[in-house]
Each structure stands twice: as structure tokens, then as C-alpha cells.
Design a protein around this ligand. Structure first.
Ligand code: GLU
Length: 470
């Protein structure tokens, strides 16, 4: 039998990092075992499900390159099948009509609460057949009254729940629509899911689902409930903690490889190894290595992982992602150095691709002003002479290459008996508009010579203006 896992998001929002990690673990487990990975959209909540959210989930999955073998299946397209199974459960005596009004159910709860008992439906219609005519009813599952349900959870270990704690849950509402626990059971059964990997917020549903599966004579899958992700304040990760949507991490300049690597380690470990390529993750990942306790999201660590990948992945590949950020920031890169050259010189200078794009604009765009601090500090009257001399030397270069540019800067410093910085800093501000850049000779080489010379003129004009105004 093929090992089969699934990711079953409800399309009521974007793909958040918790969902992405669940998807990743399911995907890895299937890949590792040569199994299948199913994408199933649980869109039965018609009021809260949106197409926009389905698209957002797909975008997130695609961006992370988590591909699926089957699907996407949509639960709303399977209502016929759910009806069939509900009928089957009624037929076999495992489900029944309940004519209680919501008020009656509420009263049962209140009564149980007053007695200090578990608040649950009391089974009032469980064995009745005196059905009233033309009254609305729901369908309830006949949960076993005795015995225990044991979840052999791969992550959490064995969890035993007494059936006396469970009530006869509603599997079809009064309009006939199936409820969450029923649809999940039918799908996991029909789709031959062998391993259910999901957040431990679902753990209370698991015994109910196991009971229904057993009533249907279905094989009960193995379960792996993954602990929650917490924010740095120890509370469940939410929007309050900043970015939680996968695509927001893209927008903020993280590489998908970095987010995947960060997420795989958030709740799973393999010795003290931190960096895992996707192939390594597939090879080494195991559900048994997952933590039982929740993990806290740590943005600094994500940044560290992102820096690692910006520096070590193929520059041409990182450049594809940088291109997105350049476009996002309205920087036209048609004319100027190849983006992979930018990656090579900037990767170890930034935390994110968004930052890389922002600080690389001067390679593609002219600026009209110099950074105020850099101007004040480096474009002072004393800088006019070194700039003039270095401009002449640069203008005379036959080959616009870093080594010759370097030599021209050196020669200027020697000739004027100045330290390198007294030439280099004004030149850097002139060429880039600001006081920070990769090594100056390399930076200049990436810019067209004419552009550098024109920018030196602009700097000289700024100095002259400063002198005139003083
Ligand atoms: N649709 C559920 C959710 O998004 C997941 C159900 C499951 O994994 O069994 O929380």
C-alpha cells in the first residue's frame, strides 16, 4: 500500500507559517517514503471560504515548491459522496436523526454544567424512532458508550480517551450539509490517507474521527499531531507577531529555501544540524524526530538562515528572486549589470532580498540627491581636489575593470599624499549616492564608466554649491 499524506487547509485566509510547516512535514514524509501527497481544500464552510483564499494557499504552496501528487480536491465537490456515507451510517445503525431544538441542546449543556459534568448532548434521540413529521432534524453519530479510544500518535505518543467523555456528534446539519469531522473521515478514507499530519489543535477531533472510521469499517490512519508555533512572547503565533502569511515572507525578502529550512527546524531536529537542503530534509526528516512541545518563532534565526542561502545558493537562482523585488520596488533592471552580479557583491551585506534590492537601486537608476549624512561627511570642499584628480585618471582608463580602477584610486591618493579613504569615500558617495557599498573598485566596474564620470561631476557640483552657500 502506498504511504499517503495530505494537507487539508480550510480556505478562510492565506497560507500561514503554521499551515506551511504542516504541509512541509506531510510533504517530506511522503517524499521520503516514496509516497503520495494530497492537497485537499476543505471548503465546506461556505460563508468563510473564498476563492481568493484558495488562490493564496496555492500561491504559497507553489512559492515553497511543495507539489502534490493528487488534487487539489475540493470538499464542496464531494457532497454527494458525504450524503452516501451518512446514509450508510444510518443504515448500519451508527447514526440517527435528532430532533432536538438548539434550545433543548443548550438546556442539556446547562444542566450538565450545573452538575459539574462534561457538557454534552445526552443521547435523547439515540434510540427513538417516533420521528415527528415536518420538523427539522440533524444526524448524529452513535458514539460508543463504553470503552476507550486510543490514539497512537507518532509525535505525542499514546493518548487514551474514554468514550464516556465523547457525545454523539452531529455529522449532518438540518439542511443536510455534512460537518467537518464527517467530511474529513470520508476523505481520509476514500483518499487512502495512511498518515494524518496536522496541528495539535485538532487532537480533540481525532477520537471522534477514529470512532466514525471504525463504524465504517475503514482502516484508521496513523496520526502525527504537530505542536503549535508560538510567538516570541510565548503566545500562539498570530498576526500580532508580524508576518505570518507565507507570501508576506516572500514580500519581506526571504528565499523559499530559507523559509523551508527555518520551518523544518521549527519543531524537528536532527542532531544539532541547522542547514538542510531540500534533498537532505527529504532524506533525514522523520515524524518521530518532531518535538512534543511547541516551538517559538524566532525572526533573527530566520534572517540568519536567509543570509546563508543568499550567500550559498547559485547567484543566478537568487537573482531570479531578486528580480521580483526589483520589480516590486519599481526598479527597472533592463539596463545595468546582470542581477547575479549584484547578488555576488551584496549577498553578505544584507538580511533580505528586499534590502538587497533597495540598496542596489543606484546600479540601475540615477539619483538626484546624495544621502544627506554622506553628503555632509564626505562631499566637503576638501574632497573637490581628489574627486577631480581621480575623475581624470578614471576617464583615461582603457579597460573599465576593477584592478585598473583600483590602481587609479591608489595613484590619486599617492599623488595627493592622502589616505585611501580621503579619495575613496567621496568617490563612493559620488558614484552610489551614499556612504555604503561593496568594495569600491568592484562597484565602479559594475557601473558604466560614463555614468561614474557624470556622477563625479554631480558630486563636484554639490560641493561647489555647498561652498557657495557657506
Ligand atoms: N481543514 C482543517 C484546518 O484547516 C484541517 C483538517 C485536518 O487536517 O484534518 O484546520
Amino acid at each position: 500500500m502506498t504511504l499517503t499524506t495530505r494537507f487539508a487547509p480550510s480556505p478562510t485566509g492565506y497560507l500561514h507559517v503554521g499551515g506551511a510547516r504542516t504541509a512541509l512535514y506531510s510533504w517530506l514524509y511522503a517524499k521520503k517514503n516514496g509516497g503520495d501527497f494530497i492537497l485537499r481544500i476543505e471548503d465546506t464552510d461556505l460563508e468563510r471560504s473564498t476563492q481568493e483564499s484558495v488562490d493564496a494557499i496555492m500561491d504559497g504552496m507553489n512559492w515553497l515548491k511543495l507539489d502534490w501528487t493528487h488534487g487539489p480536491y475540493f470538499q464542496t465537490q464531494r457532497f454527494g459522496r458525504y450524503k452516501e456515507v451518512i446514509a450508510q451510517l444510518i443504515e448500519s445503525g451508527n447514526a440517527y436523526r435528532c430532533y432536538c431544538t438548539p434550545e433543548e441542546v443548550e438546556a442539556m449543556r446547562e444542566e450538565a454544567k450545573a452538575k459539574g459534568e462534561i457538557e454534552k448532548y445526552n443521547g435523547m434521540w439515540r434510540d427513538r424512532t417516533d420521528y415527528p413529521k415536518d420538523k427539522p432534524y440533524v444526524i448524529r453519530f452513535k458514539n460508543p458508550l463504553e470503552g476507550d479510544v486510543v490514539i497512537n500518535d507518532i509525535v505525542k505518543g499514546d493518548i487514551t480517551i474514554s468514550n464516556s467523555q465523547l457525545d454523539d456528534l452531529i455529522i449532518a446539519r438540518s439542511d443536510g450539509s455534512p460537518t467537518y469531522n464527517l467530511t474529513v473521515v470520508v476523505d481520509d478514507w476514500d483518499m487512502k490517507v495512511s498518515h494524518v499530519v496536522r496541528g495539535d489543535d485538532h487532537i480533540s477531533n481525532t477520537p471522534k474521527q477514529i470512532n466514525i472510521l471504525k463504524a465504517l469499517g475503514a482502516t484508521v490512519p496513523q496520526y502525527a499531531h504537530i505542536p503549535m508555533i508560538l510567538g516570541d512572547d510565548g503566545k500562539r503565533l498570530s498576526k500580532r507577531h508580524g508576518a505570518v502569511s507565507v507570501m508576506q515572507y516572500r514580500d519581506e525578502g526571504y528565499l523559499p529555501e530559507a523559509l523551508l529550512n527555518y520551518l523544518v527546524r521549527l519543531g524537528w531536529s536532527h542532531g544539532d544540524q541547522e542547514i538542510f537542503s531540500v534533498d537532505e530534509m527529504i532524506e533525514l526528516f522523520d515524524l518521530t524526530g518532531c518535538n512534543r512541545a511547541p516551538s517559538a518563532f524566532n525572526t533573527d534565526k530566520l534572517i540568519w538562515v536567509n543570509q546563508h542561502y543568499m550567500k550559498t545558493l547559485e547567484p543566478s537562482y537568487v537573482a531570479e528572486h531578486l528580480a521580483w523585488h526589483m520589480a516590486d520596488q519599481g526598479i527597472n533592471t533592463d539596463n545595468g549589470p546582470a542581477l547575479e552580479e549584484i547578488v555576488k557583491v551584496q549577498a553578505d551585506r544584507v538580511k533580505t532580498l528586499k534590502e538587497m534590492a533597495a540598496i542596489s537601486a543606484y546600479f540601475y537608476q540615477d539619483f538626484t540627491e546624495f544621502d544627506a549624512t554622506a553628503l555632509k561627511k564626505h562631499l566637503r570642499p576638501v574632497a573637490a581636489e581628489p574627486l577631480t584628480v581621480v575623475k581624470e585618471k578614471l576617464a583615461a582608463l582603457e579597460n573599465w575593470v576593477a584592478a585598473d580602477i583600483h590602481a587609479a584610486i591608489n595613484a590619486t591618493a599617492e599623488e595627493l599624499e592622502l589616505g585611501m579613504g580621503k579619495v575613496g569615500m567621496p568617490l563612493r558617495v559620488a558614484a552610489t549616492g551614499a556612504g555604503n557599498s561593496p568594495s569600491l573598485d568592484v562597484t565602479l566596474e559594475l557601473l558604466p564608466k560614463e555614468k561614474v564620470l557624470a556622477r563625479i561631476d554631480m558630486a563636484l557640483a554639490a560641493i561647489a554649491e555647498r561652498v557657495a552657500n557657506s
